[in-house]
Design a protein around this ligand. Structure first.
Ligand code: 13P
Length: 249
C-alpha cells in the first residue's frame, strides 16, 4: 500500500522571516498518516533544515544538476543537497523545461544524479494546453517518461512522479478528477511495464491548482498518491488543509 505524499513547491518565493514563520506554522500542526515535504528555494535550504530537524516534515529542493561536483557555474549538485538535509528534489518541472530548455533526457540524468546521492527525485511530467487540445496528452507524458523509465527497475522503484498539466499550473483551473485519473492510470500502466514493484510502489502525485476544496476528491482516486502543491503551499492553513485531506482518504 502506497502512503500519500503532499509536497509543497515554493518556487521562487520566500525570505528568511517567511521561511521561519511558515515552517514553524507547519511543524506545529503537522498531521500524522501522510508524508509531507516542502521544496524551498536553494538559498534557504540550510535555514529550513535547522527549523525542520526532528519535526517529521521533510525537506526538498526544486532542481539539481545532472553533473557531480565540478566546474559548473551556478549549479547545485545532488551531493550538496544531500548534505544540506534534503530528502526530495523536484526534477523536470515544466517551468524549467519551458524556461531553461530542459529535455526529457536531461531530466532523466538529473533523476539519476539525485538517486546516486540518495535523494528521492520527484519527476514532473505534463502536457501543454495545445497538446491536450490536439489529443496528445498521453503520448506527451509517455515521451517525457521514456528516458526516466529507461533508467531501469532498480532506479524507477525509488522515485516519485508528479503529473502536472501545464495549463493547470498557477491558473486556478485544476484538471478534473476524471482527467487526472485517466493520466495517472496511464502512468501506472507505464510503470507496470518496468516492474511489478514500480507499479505497486511508485507514488504518482497530481499537481496544478490543488486547493483545499479540490484535494480530497483528487486524492481519493486509486492512482493519485498525493499532490505537488504550488501557490497553496505558501499559506500554512491551505497547505495543512490539503495535507489533512490526504490523511482523510
Ligand atoms: P500551483 O499549485 O500554484 O498551480 O502550482 C503547481 C506546481 O507547479 C507545483 O509544482
Amino acid at each position: 500500500m502506497r502512503s500519500k505524499l503532499v509536497a509543497g513547491n515554493w518556487k521562487m518565493h520566500g525570505r528568511r522571516e517567511m521561511v521561519a514563520g511558515l515552517l514553524s506554522a507547519l511543524t506545529s500542526r503537522l498531521p500524522q498518516g501522510v508524508d509531507v515535504a516542502v521544496c524551498v528555494p536553494s538559498p534557504y535550504l540550510d535555514q529550513a533544515a535547522d527549523v525542520l530537524a526532528g519535526s517529521g516534515l521533510l525537506l526538498g529542493a526544486q532542481d539539481v544538476s545532472e553533473c557531480d561536483d565540478g566546474a559548473y557555474t551556478g549549479e547545485v549538485s545532488a551531493g550538496m543537497l544531500r548534505e544540506l538535509g534534503c530528502h526530495y528534489v523536484i526534477v523536470g518541472h515544466s517551468e524549467r523545461r519551458l524556461r531553461h530548455g530542459e529535455s526529457s533526457q536531461r531530466v532523466a540524468e538529473k533523476a539519476a544524479a539525485a538517486l546516486r546521492s540518495g535523494l528521492v527525485p520527484i519527476v514532473c511530467v505534463g502536457e501543454t494546453l495545445a497538446e491536450r487540445q490536439a489529443d496528445r496528452t498521453e503520448a506527451v507524458v509517455a515521451e517525457q517518461l521514456a528516458p526516466v523509465l529507461a533508467l531501469g527497475a532498480a532506479q524507477v522503484e525509488r522515485l516519485v512522479i508528479a503529473y502536472e498539466p501545464v495549463w493547470a499550473i498557477g491558473t486556478g483551473v485544476s484538471a478534473t478528477v476524471e482527467e487526472a485519473a485517466q493520466v495517472h492510470a496511464a502512468i501506472r500502466a507505464a510503470l507496470a511495464g518496468v516492474s511489478p514493484a514500480a507499479a505497486d510502489g511508485v507514488r504518482v502525485l497530481y499537481g496544478g491548482s490543488v486547493k483545499p476544496e479540490t484535494a480530497a476528491a483528487l486524492f481519493a482516486q486509486k492512482d493519485i498518491d498525493g499532490g505537488l502543491v504550488g501557490g497553496a503551499a505558501l499559506d500554512a492553513e491551505a497547505f495543512l488543509a490539503i495535507c489533512n485531506a490526504a490523511v482523510a482518504v
